[in-house]
Design a binder for this molecule. Structure first.
Ligand SMILES: [Zn+2]
Length: 414
């Protein structure tokens, strides 16, 4: 990359200093991926075109462009991401791989839609180099890791992963598959989209247009003698029923499901028409998760004299470590944000005989959660509190992710 092509986005003041849109697009993508942005937005406003990114869970404004220049940039990014550059009326989708001026390969998923002032172009960014992370790298603590590995050691059954959009569910599924992928098992995945290629694993892409949904592909996979099946998402009755059948008849099935808590994931299966008895027999565990910013190792600092009172259940998770509160100021390493990456906060409901009976009796999610907590499960807020006290994240960040009164109170002390 020559010197004149290097663009410092924060320094650009005037439109005339901008390079041609195609050069700007390549550098913008590189700049975004370097900052670990998950999404890039180029959106028409009344007087301008606004560029933004989502980084570590938050939207950050990058800059505004003139309408004309912004439109050309949108068109170019649409081409890079395999979309039709001229389609302004209908929503469009696209997929593409591009190489930035710095030689970085980026996988792009485009979606654009018409808006009041023109169009909104949203691009999800996947950096294939960072690839699949192992279970040890996701942010689980030792007791959570051992519980996860205990679930994965089972030869058959169903493991559900719940959480909202962008809560790292697919990273968890990939890490689980990676853990199981030791060459002794036949592993199939059904995905939409396939985010990473995994050597040694048979991966299939859902294609709704060709009427190849999860349910259709799952029925076919069962005839391919799988040991492990990863299902991108259970979102209909037929997939739910087939996943239960597979989990009860010798396969280990890993799947995400739309639910707000580990206990509610079981409710979601019931809503898809699965019987309480059937789910109680097949289910090994249900994991609910969120992503939280991990304090920057350069600018994070412990708050002196702050010794928060820790709830007994959370204290057991801290072990010998004393509870502390930390804050961040922002520095060059974290691009001023105070956090260096997102880390996973799980709530792991591992099924035992008692919980099996609670589920089989058709109990509500609230009752199941109470039973699991009696059994030692840390709920999401407790699991997050342990991370605050360990100095992995701040009370502010915890409150952003889970707006519980407890975190609001802790936030006041910072
Ligand atoms: Zn920092």
């Amino acid at each position: 990359m020559s010197d004149e092509e290097v663009i410092d986005f924060e320094q650009i003041e005037a439109e005339t200093e901008l390079a041609a849109p195609e050069i700007f697009a390549g550098n913008l993508l590189e700049w975004a991926v370097e900052r670990k942005a998950s999404d890039l937005f180029i959106s028409d406003e009344e007087q301008a075109v606004s560029v933004g990114i989502r980084r570590l869970g938050r939207v950050e404004h990058v800059r505004k462009l003139s309408r004309d220049y912004g439109r050309r940039l949108q068109g170019h990014v649409r081409v890079l991401a395999g979309g039709d550059p001229g389609e302004m009326i209908r929503p469009t989708e696209g997929r593409g791989i591009t190489v930035t001026p710095g030689g970085r390969k980026i996988d792009l998923r485009l979606s654009s839609m018409p808006t009041l002032h023109g169009q909104d172009v949203a691009i999800r960014l996947f950096d294939p180099v960072s690839g699949i992370r192992s279970l040890d790298e996701l942010g689980y603590d030792d007791s959570e890791l051992s519980l996860m590995r205990q679930l994965l050691r089972e030869p058959s059954g169903l493991i559900l992963v719940a959480g909202p959009v962008a809560s790292g569910k697919s990273s968890t599924l990939y890490a689980m598959v990676d853990e199981l992928n030791d060459g002794t098992r036949k592993i199939h995945t059904l995905e939409d989209p396939i985010e990473h290629a995994i050597p040694g694993v048979v991966q299939s892409q859902i294609n709704e247009r060709a009427k190849l949904g999860y349910a259709e592909l799952l029925s076919t996979v069962l005839r391919h003698s799988p040991d492990v099946i990863m299902i991108g998402e259970i979102r209909d009755a037929k997939t739910a029923a087939t996943a239960i059948r597979a989990g009860s008849s010798g396969q280990l099935v890993l799947a995400t499901i739309h639910a707000r808590s580990a206990a509610e994931a079981i409710d979601s299966m019931l809503h898809h028409g699965v019987s309480p008895k059937a789910i109680s027999q097949a289910l090994l565990g249900s994991i609910n998760q969120r992503l939280v910013g991990k304090i920057c190792s350069e600018c994070g600092e412990q708050l002196p004299g702050q010794k928060p009172e820790v709830e007994t259940r959370v204290a057991s998770r801290l072990g010998d470590q004393s509870a502390e509160l930390w804050k961040t100021t922002g520095c060059d390493t974290c691009y001023g944000n105070g956090f260096e990456q997102m880390t996973c906060v799980p709530e792991i409901l591992a099924i035992n005989r008692t919980l099996k009976d609670v589920i089989a009796s058709g109990s509500t999610a609230v009752n199941l959660e109470d039973a699991a907590k009696n059994d030692g499960m840390l709920c999401m807020a407790e699991s997050l509190a342990a991370r605050v006290y360990r100095g992995e994240t701040t009370a502010h960040e915890a409150h952003r992710v889970i707006p519980a009164p407890h975190f609001a109170k802790l936030r006041m002390t910072v």
